[in-house]
Design a protein around this ligand. Structure first.
Ligand SMILES: Nc1nc2c(ncn2[C@@H]2O[C@H](COP(=O)(O)OP(=O)(O)OP(=O)(O)O)[C@@H](O)[C@H]2O)c(=O)[nH]1
Ligand SMILES: [Mg+2]
Length: 676
């Protein structure tokens, strides 16, 4: 029997393009659910979820923040994610542990590029969604156009449940097409009081049209509705809502709501929608993992009585102490207990458990299946680690990593500062899987790499602000990759005394280009049957490591297939070390012969510009070595989509501003490593 409390939980995320209104919507949700008593605003630096000074100064979300509130009989855990492309990891790791999401769209901008990206990410994790078309008060808002874009750009099946009464400056309220009511959100009570009006004839006609459309869509998806529809029988609101819920959870439909969060319009029906249509932890597939001992597939039931399993999806340092954000899939934990970190193969103690509300915490004695909580005390926990019980362990899939594209050299002012810097960086690296650090062997400089200029800018700001470190930072540089352009083969024989033992290994292999943006592939053409698995593992690992640092400049390689073709042995002397060394050297020789080249980050640009500046922007893109992919009209301006190498795009915002007298805007995201 499923436990009742689980049905009443909604774990949801707010996902969208930058500035769509995720934080503003969340603020209203907190207000109407009485979690806060005063509405704060992003642009005033007072929004609850944007609590970091870096966020308040810029008016954008940088790190995802969690909160929990209650609406009617449901407990809603919300994660408000950032829309800026440099912080996509925050969305990725949140989506990994959430059961549902609200995609927020600007009524004017529609489905903007980063919305497309996060929507696809959520599709990848099979996260059911509802859509909220926000900013309906803005001039140029067009709800129906956004609905069309949901179909065209996101391949979604929008189930329109509301239509607007007026749009843009004329926007007055929301028409509920299921209940045939016009909802007006009283501005004097900050939208808390909702007045319901009967529809006039014109509104009724429009509402009926959309309801019929909705029923047709549902009939396509749902047998019961189809039967009644064909028999022309009355279909009750309850039946319609059940069908919508089924369609949403099975990823076949996306209920669409609308409003204007800033004007306090449309939030309570959205909250009802979250409760009515988004899944509870019981409605989503059980999480699959493997048994770390046998490597066999393993599944635990979603229940607090099952063995414990949880995923660490985020870690943060607060006043020097590590806080791990976890999603509990099964079982429960109590404060003070120890858990097994199956990723790191060690026991860790859960000192305290908290629910999070932005930057505030509330202590709990225990937490169980379905919950999202933060725990203190797990030393060295990292994003993507699995927690479970030692007796019945499970290992869950890690969270995908991202490839840094920009690096920057930093130099501490003196050796005392260097220790402080390294200490601070080790904490920040633990928090942020998209940040990487290495030492330049020649200059001894510390090289930080990350997702973009803003990402590194925020990292430096945090180092200065929180850790009080004094350092000099260089200019951002592009991070490259390497690949090969032709087939080549090579072999190597290792035969040396190391320590007191002779080590032997012979490896011959072939390397081949398989497409510059493809992941590497390592195969064994040679029949490895009968060979000790540790030798084969050693060769595999050696090749894998070797591909991490290319033969031109030491950048990671990609798009390379390595086929091990033959192996040789000398009975007494063959060893893991021997094969490791032979494979590494054979690989190096083969790569050198295979026409290695550098690949650079190619960025995808979407530029919005008034018609009269199109010429200037086209020539600017040409100057930057870019290629225009297409151009189309949107919201009275032109959108130009182009690809260009990142190395030429530093300072692009200034160039674009001067080419368009400040009227052009752009969004840039990483497309691939390649040649333009
Ligand atoms: N006109 C209008 N402006 C809005 C509305 N909702 C939000 N805004 C404004 O749009 C801006 C961005 O809103 P946010 O809530 O920060 O958007 P976000 O999606 O959280 O942005 P990021 O977290 O940075 O990705 C703010 O200045 C809001 O005041 C709305 O309904 N109408
Ligand atoms: Mg935000």
């Amino acid at each position: 029997m499923a436990e009742k409390y689980l049905e009443k939980i909604r774990n949801i995320g707010m996902i969208a393009h930058i500035d769509a209104g995720k934080t503003t919507v969340t603020e209203r949700i907190l207000y109407y659910t009485k979690k806060i008593h005063k509405i704060g605003e992003v642009h005033e630096g007072t929004a609850t979820m944007d609590y970091l000074p870096e966020e308040q100064e810029r008016g954008i979300t940088i790190t995802s923040a969690a909160t929990v509130c209650r609406w009617k009989d449901k407990t809603i855990n919300i994660i408000d994610t950032p829309g800026h492309v440099d912080f996509t990891i925050e969305v990725e790791r949140s989506l990994r542990v959430l059961d549902g999401a609200v995609g927020i769209f600007c009524g004017v901008g529609g489905v903007e590029p980063q919305s497309e990206t996060v929507w696809r990410q959520s599709d990848h994790y099979k996260v059911p969604k509802i859509a909220f078309v926000n900013k309906m008060d803005r001039i140029g808002a067009d709800f129906f156009k956004v609905v069309e874009e949901l179909k065209e750009k996101l391949n979604a099946n929008p189930l329109v449940l509301q239509i607007p009464e007026g749009q843009g400056e004329e926007f007055k309220g929301v028409i509920d097409i299921l209940r045939d009511k016009l909802l007006i959100f009283d501005p004097d009570t900050k939208g808390e009081v909702i007045q319901e009006f009967e529809l006039n004839e014109a509104q009724k006609k429009e509402a009926r049209k959309w309801r019929e459309k909705l029923i047709e869509q549902l009939a396509d998806l749902n047998e019961k509705i189809l039967e009644k529809f064909l028999a022309e029988e009355e279909i009750s609101i309850k039946e319609i809502k059940e069908a919508i819920r089924e369609a949403t959870i099975s990823l076949k439909g996306v209920p669409v709501f609308l409003g204007a969060a800033l004007k306090n319009i449309g939030i309570q029906p959205l909250l009802d929608g979250i409760c009515d249509y988004l899944p509870s932890p019981l409605d989503v597939a059980q999480i699959q993992g493997i048994d770390p001992r046998t490597k066999e597939k393993k599944v635990f039931p979603i229940s607090s009585k099952a063995p414990f399993s949880a995923l660490v999806f985020k870690t943060t340092f607060e006043t020097g102490r590590l806080l791990s954000w976890i999603r509990i899939y099964s079982g429960k934990i109590k404060a003070g207990e120890s858990v097994y970190n199956s990723t790191q193969d060690k026991m860790q103690r859960v000192a305290r458990i908290f629910t999070l509300h932005a930057d505030k915490k509330e202590r709990l004695d225990e937490a169980k299946s379905g919950q999202i909580v933060a725990v203190a005390g797990l030393k060295d926990a990292r994003t993507g680690d699995t927690l479970c019980s030692k007796e019945d362990p499970i290992l869950l899939e890690r969270i995908s990593a991202y490839r840094p594209v920009i690096s920057m050299a930093i130099e501490p002012r003196n050796s005392q500062e260097e220790n402080k810097l390294l200490d601070a960086l080790s904490k920040m690296l633990q928090e942020d899987p998209t940040l990487a650090m290495e030492r330049d062997e020649d200059t001894e400089q510390i090289i930080l790499s990350g997702m973009g200029e803003l990402h590194l800018e925020v990292v430096l700001e945090r180092l200065r602000r929180y850790f009080n470190v004094d350092f000099r930072a260089g200019k951002p540089q592009v991070v490259y990759r390497e690949t090969i352009t032709k087939k080549a083969s090579a072999y190597d024989e290792f035969n040396k005394e190391l320590g007191d033992n002779l080590h032997y290994g012979f490896v011959s292999l072939e390397v081949e280009p398989i497409g510059e943006d493809k992941d590497n592939v390592i195969t064994f053409v040679v029949n490895t049957e009968g060979w000790p698995p540790q030798w084969i593992d050693s060769i595999y690992q050696s090749i894998k490591d070797g591909l991490q640092s290319g033969v031109l400049k030491g950048y990671p390689m990609q798009g390379v297939k390595v086929a091990v073709q033959s192996l040789g042995e000398i009975k007494e002397n063959s060893s893991e070390i021997g094969y490791h060394m032979a494979a590494s050297s054979a690989l190096k020789k083969a790569l050198e012969k295979a026409g290695p080249i550098l690949l650079e980050p190619i960025m995808n640009l979407e530029i919005t510009v008034p018609e009269e500046f199109v010429g200037e922007v086209v020539s600017l893109i040409g100057m930057k070595g870019g290629k225009i992919e297409n151009m189309f009209d949107r919201g009275g301006g032109k959108i130009i989509k182009a690809f260009a190498p990142l190395s030429k795009l530093f300072g692009f915002s200034t160039d674009l501003r001067s080419a368009t007298q400040g009227r052009g805007n752009f969004i840039m995201k990483f497309e691939r490593f390649g040649t333009c």
